[in-house]
Design a binder for this molecule. Structure first.
Ligand code: TEU
Length: 526
């Protein structure tokens, strides 16, 4: 049924539960806080919520170190509360997607504790190697080595184990049947509880070359995008398709090669995957048009919708990125003290909101981007928790700056993050109330209202076509009878006779630099 394919043009709102809303007032966000804000999410007009991991976790990596998939972290609530949240959201027509992290689990997970105790067969579920030297030259995404050496019971140096991220996230061995079986059971556990889909973390990485070649000697990447990874997702798709309605798989697929990217989206694998290319490009008409064309072309053969994303819990917020000379997203550009023009950044982020909301396919919106929140770049270093900051010896600011608890009210001890005034787990800036939901609800020109109106209007959009104005500073395309214009150059006289449906700024006959407008022909032509 058409509703089974809801994910093809859905707007999916990403919730990082620790920082969304704190219902029980302990300073950490929780499921009670999300439930209390369901009316807000309904009024925003989103179709589904994607929760980053909400499971039991020591939080060595913001929850991406899962200690038990069948337990909600007590700081967030209980499985019963999760089921209640899923049901209440569904009663509002909002589906729930949760995160699954196949590449690794927490070093606190029972499996790894058994492996450290060298229980029979336990180590086979991971990648342990006996050697005097580092087994490979692989470098972690989070800086540093990808092997940690254990100690034997007698204190002598023991075997190494692999962790592509932090030592607290040992990589799983996907050649082991237990790993396949356990993940299938995890999917069923949550699909049975009404979850509409899962977001697959680090989806290109779970399968390794068992020869463990050094990167410098490897003909093909030893752990990214190996062919065997598709067996996993074909298994998971069979499980997802057993359900009525069928459950949905969303891939976090960092692959520049469009053909290799599209392999994950074949009809018997993953339904949709984040397109990170757009946010990786600088704010430039030619670059962004190329990104959109490349993305649409990559998706065409596999009949999968493009999935547009401007940010998430891992990258610098768009308002800050677009306020910089290098407005592209890159892990490499994360550093302290980059000159930033937040006025320009906000202007461009508004235009980017209209651009991505008008594009065909589905759209992900990271919590707080609907408020135009900037990256918080002056958090006290002793408050920073991201392992990227610590493992880079403080060179890389890490990701806490885009994870600061949201401002719901303009004043108040935690700007409404909780009502009991407990200090949030990350400190909020003194001026955080300037971006509050409360303030923006009363401002017709706010980012919040821009998103709310755009998400409502986009529902009826027709077929996508480029609109050739042969102007290097412009991106223009139509969706049925709507024309979306984005101006990257000097102010531009608006084509007439058009009614400005919705503009990122109030335009008077012209479209300012770095602005966008949705236009519809005035029927009378007057
Ligand atoms: O991020 C994946 C990730 O960080 C790597 O795939 C990296 O982005 C890629 O190699 C490009 O450099 C996911 C989660 O979104 C993130 O929050 C977690 O920290 C990470 O996986 C580990 O689970």
């Amino acid at each position: 049924a058409a509703s089974d394919e809801w994910w093809r043009d859905a707007v999916i709102y990403q919730i990082y539960p620790r920082s969304f809303a704190d219902g029980d007032g302990d300073g950490t966000g929780d499921l009670a806080g999300v439930r209390a804000r369901l009316p807000y999410l309904k009024s925003l007009g989103v179709d589904a919520l994607w929760f980053t991991p909400w499971y039991l976790s020591p939080l060595a990596d913001g929850g991406y170190d899962v200690a038990d998939y069948r337990v909600i972290d007590p700081a967030f609530g209980t499985v019963e509360q999760a089921e209640q949240l899923i049901a209440e959201a569904q009663s509002l027509g909002i589906r729930t997607i949760i995160d699954v992290v196949p590449n690794h689990i927490s070093s606190e997970h029972v499996w790894f504790r058994e492996a450290l105790a060298d229980e029979p067969g336990a180590r086979e579920r991971f990648w342990f190697r006996e050697s005097e030297e580092l087994p490979t030259d692989w470098v972690s995404s989070f800086s540093g080595d990808t092997w940690t050496r254990t100690k034997n019971a007698d204190g002598t140096p023991g075997a190494w184990y692999l962790h592509l991220f932090t030592p607290e996230q040992p990589d799983l061995n996907w050649n082991h049947p237990d790993v396949h079986r356990e993940h299938e059971e995890i999917l069923r556990f949550w699909f049975d509880r009404g979850v509409a889909g899962i977001r697959i973390d680090s989806a290109t990485m779970p399968v390794k070359d068992p020869a463990f070649p050094n990167l410098q000697d490897a003909a093909m990447h030893p752990y990214v995008d190996r062919d065997g990874v598709h067996d996993i997702y074909r298994e998971w798709r069979r499980v997802a398709d057993e359900y009525d309605p069928p459950r949905v798989l969303v891939g976090e697929i960092w692959l520049a090669d469009p053909e290799r990217f599209a392999r994950y989206l074949r009809p018997d694998e993953i339904h949709t995957a984040f397109n990170f290319d757009l946010m990786g490009r600088p704010w430039d008409a030619v670059e962004l048009r190329d990104s959109i064309e490349t993305t649409l072309a990559a998706h065409a053969p596999v009949d999968a919708p493009a999935t547009w994303v401007l940010s998430n819990h891992d990258v610098t917020r768009p308002v800050t990125r677009y306020g910089r000379e290098d407005s592209s997203f890159s892990f490499a550009t994360k550093r302290f003290g980059v000159p930033t023009d937040l006025t320009q950044g906000t202007h461009r982020a508004r235009a980017a909101a209209l651009l991505t909301a008008a594009l065909p396919g589905s759209l992900y919106l990271y919590q707080g981007d609907e408020l135009g929140l900037p990256e918080v770049e002056d958090l006290p270093h002793d408050a920073l928790q991201d392992p990227i900051f610590h493992r880079s010896a403080g060179q890389d600011p890490g990701r806490d700056g885009c994870r600061v608890p949201l401002p719901w009210t303009t004043t108040g001890a935690s700007f409404g993050f909780n009502s009991q005034g407990f200090t949030p787990w990350l400190p909020q800036p003194a001026d955080w109330g300037n971006w509050s939901v409360e303030r923006q609800e009363q401002d017709a020109g706010s980012m919040l209202q821009l998103y709310r109106t755009a998400l409502e209007l986009r529902r009826g959009f027709g077929e996508f076509r480029w609109h050739e104005l042969n102007h290097q500073d412009l991106i223009a395309f139509t969706r049925g009878d709507l024309l979306c214009l984005v101006n990257f150059g000097p102010p531009l006289a608006l084509p007439t006779p058009y009614e400005v449906l919705l503009a990122s700024t109030t335009v008077a006959g012209e479209l300012p630099t770095d602005a966008a407008a949705w236009l519809r022909p005035i029927p009378s032509g007057v």
